[in-house]
Design a protein around this ligand. Structure first.
Ligand code: ARG
Length: 433
């Protein structure tokens, strides 16, 4: 491809045009982020031209030529033969350039009935759907992994904490299932988000439709959307709004991971010693030979802040009047950054879970006898004493013959250590569809 600036495509050369400094400023980092969106943009272009053929704006033969050229572009891009670099303002103009360069006048028909405004919306939406689906698959299988691990620890005792103070004896199963059930809910949240954003903006053009009978339902179905996003102004206004739906759903996943990593980082200290991290997930120190630092869980914990930053950046960009504004281009970076770090964290989590060594004796030995006080109160209550009196009795009498095992075995109501509801949590995981 010739060294040229894409603005040539539609600029009137007889008039003043923006200097390259201005163009570069406007493009910013956009071309970098478009590298992540490019294949989705090609896919959307394929659907769009197929729709053009349905209303006879191009012939079947022309559709065939254009589709082959787009396939070629796809493989040239994947093999590195076609570089998306700053010769182009964005991925959209790069596709049009490629088609014109390879097909001449026929390539000039590709932008019929569309605008870069609906083009960017469509490829971003396909990107979000694809990645939310990936996140959901990871979440489902991690929830399953946690549940399977929990099943092997229904009798492993550990202290239960509130305020980081010992509260009541608990089991490792109940602790692990807390994350399994929370992940299952996150999977359902992502499902709902997928349904919400599965609407096609393609054909809304710059935000007002075009004077053509575009087959919007057809292209929506071809791209796998559940429905058409009907109103073209709303399609523009949903940029940022849908990014927030996506990022906020993923944020819940990262918050869960953050809490779990907090637990792990406490539990693997010398003071707790409940869990040992494998050397595969720790790093040494450059000065202290004794150190095995839990950097992986710390970076996982910290990654939730990337989501927080992304959400806040998109929120501050979206309070705009109706319609497209170039401000919206800046929502791309926080979206991709937030999605990327979530997927990367989810990819590493199964390996981390597999590497955890649960130190059963240390956990058992750490349980203090004071954490049986509630059990003592309930023993009294079962002899017919009113709860408040039983409570005061237990507060003033610390000797009892209750064992830690008795304590967890008596937690029989649903969810408690003796009845952790594994089957119900399994159903909740299975119903993430
Ligand atoms: N790079 C632009 C974006 O992300 C593409 C849309 C350009 N549209 C326009 N009217 N300038 O928003």
């Amino acid at each position: 491809m010739n060294q040229q600036n894409q603005s040539v495509l539609w600029a009137d050369q007889s008039q003043n045009t923006p200097s390259s400094d201005v163009m570069q400023y406007l493009a910013g980092e956009d071309i970098h982020w478009d590298k992540t969106l490019f294949l989705y943009d090609i896919k959307a272009t394929e659907a769009h031209i197929s729709g053009l053929q349905r209303i006879n704006l191009i012939t079947s033969e022309e559709l065939h030529l254009m589709t082959s050229s787009l396939n070629q572009l796809k493989s040239d891009y994947q093999s590195g033969q076609f570089l998306l670099d700053d010769r182009f303002e964005d991925g959209h103009s790069a596709i049009e350039f490629y088609l014109i360069e390879h097909l001449g006048d026929l390539g000039k028909k590709a932008h019929t009935g569309r605008s870069r405004n609906d083009q960017v919306l469509t490829c971003l939406r396909l990107y979000m759907l694809d990645h939310l689906m990936q996140a959901k698959d990871h979440i489902r299988s991690i929830a399953q992994q946690l549940l399977t691990l929990a099943k092997t620890h229904t009798d492993t005792l550990m202290p239960g904490y509130t305020h980081l103070q010992q509260a009541m004896p608990n089991t490792v199963a109940v602790w692990l299932l807390s994350l399994a059930e929370s992940f299952a809910d996150d999977g359902h949240l992502i499902n709902d988000t997928l349904r919400l954003i599965s609407s096609s903006p393609l054909g809304s053009a710059s935000g007002f439709g075009v004077p053509l009978d575009l087959q919007r339902e057809y292209t929506a179905e071809k791209l796998g959307f559940e429905r058409v996003q009907v109103n073209p102004v709303y399609a523009q206004n949903s940029r940022g709004k849908f990014e927030l739906f996506c990022l906020q759903s993923l944020y819940h996943v990262m918050l869960d991971i953050k809490r779990f990593c907090w637990d792990l980082s406490l539990f693997c200290t010398q003071e707790f010693g409940f869990i040992q991290l494998n050397a595969t997930h720790t790093t040494g120190s450059s000065i202290m030979p004794n150190k095995n630092n839990p950097d992986v869980i710390e970076v996982m914990r910290a990654s939730a802040s990337i989501l927080e930053g992304s959400i806040s950046q998109v929120q501050s960009l979206v309070s705009l009047p109706s319609g497209y504004h170039r401000d919206l281009q800046l929502t791309k970076a926080p979206l991709i950054r937030g999605v990327k770090v979530t997927i990367e964290t989810l990819q590493l989590l199964p390996g981390l879970l597999n590497s955890l060594q649960i130190k059963e004796n240390e956990m058992l030995n750490a349980i203090g006898s004071e954490s049986l006080a509630t059990d003592l109160a309930y023993d009294h209550l079962k002899q017919g004493v009113a709860f408040r009196d039983a409570y005061l009795f237990a507060k003033n009498n610390d000797s009892n013959d209750i064992t830690f095992k008795d304590s967890v075995n008596s937690r029989v109501s649903l969810g408690g250590a003796a009845n952790p509801g594994i089957d119900l949590i399994q159903k909740r995981i299975d119903s993430i569809n």
